[in-house]
Ligand binder design. Structure first.
Ligand code: GDP
Length: 227
């Protein structure tokens, strides 16, 4: 990091970034139905019920942004949201990936989803990072480990976000983070920092926004000149 970077307040930049306009733009059911690549993309993945929709809503300060992803028929899609002062020329795109590990889904649906996800992860040059959400009450499950392995294979930048911090006893918070970090030791491509959030209590959201702002700046030092 240079001296110039250190002067930037990424917490504040992240706050401002997520206070911009944000809107749903696209749902992709198949790999040939993706929106054309444009701004950097940040994807959110995780088991069903991990709190992904709540986090997208909380991050962007909108009550029902990610509701679209919960409407029947769309739960297996990749949903895209533009973010920025000008939604025609967004600074960033958020990608809501379908929740995995949901037992009531047919094998065929799981196979379709797995194919869509793999192809998306491998072929998306604009994908800057995947945040893998893990339920803080339950820790890393086998399906999460499979996801991490997919991300290793796709050679993508990814980072763990623990959710539902408000449901975890204070005495367990450090241990939950350390356990997740221990899992990451087997995944050198993963970002070593683990962020612990509560969408209900607005905890840790500033950390996540900061991480995203830093990442965008690392990719393009002029990105916030347009913000
Ligand atoms: P998704 O399936 O991953 O999109 O998960 P949702 O956002 O729909 O959340 C699933 C359940 O977890 C809902 O009952 C939410 O109210 C709950 N939930 C989500 N975030 C939090 C949180 O930060 N704290 C607590 N206590 N519950 C949460």
């Amino acid at each position: 990091m240079t001296d110039a970077d250190q002067e930037l307040d990424f917490v504040e930049i992240g706050r401002k970034l997520f206070a911009q306009n944000c809107d749903f733009i696209w749902a992709a059911e198949k790999i040939d139905g993706l929106p054309p690549m444009g701004p950097p993309e940040i994807a959110f993945a995780g088991r069903s019920n991990v709190g992904k929709s709540s986090l997208l809503n909380a991050l962007t300060g909108r009550k029902a942004l990610a509701r679209v992803a919960h409407t029947p028929g769309r739960t297996q899609n990749l949903n895209f949201f533009n973010l920025g002062p000008d939604l025609e020329a967004p600074l960033l795109r958020l990608v809501d990936m379908p929740g995995y590990g949901y037992a009531a889904v047919s094998k065929e649906k799981i196979a379709n989803w797995t194919r869509l996800m793999k192809e998306f992860l491998r072929g998306r040059a604009t994908l800057a990072r995947v945040f893998v959400l893990i339920d803080g009450r339950h820790g890393v499950k086998d399906t999460d480990r499979e996801m991490l392995t997919q991300l290793d294979q796709a050679a993508l930048s990814y980072q763990i976000v623990l959710t539902k911090r408000d449901e975890v006893k204070l005495s367990q918070i450090e241990k939950t983070i350390t356990d997740a970090q221990a899992v990451l030791r087997g995944h050198p491509a993963a970002h070593p920092d683990v962020i612990f959030v509560s969408s209900h209590k607005n905890d840790g959201l500033a950390d996540l926004r900061e991480a995203i702002a830093r990442l965008m700046f690392e990719r393009d030092k002029t990105v916030f000149d347009r913000a």
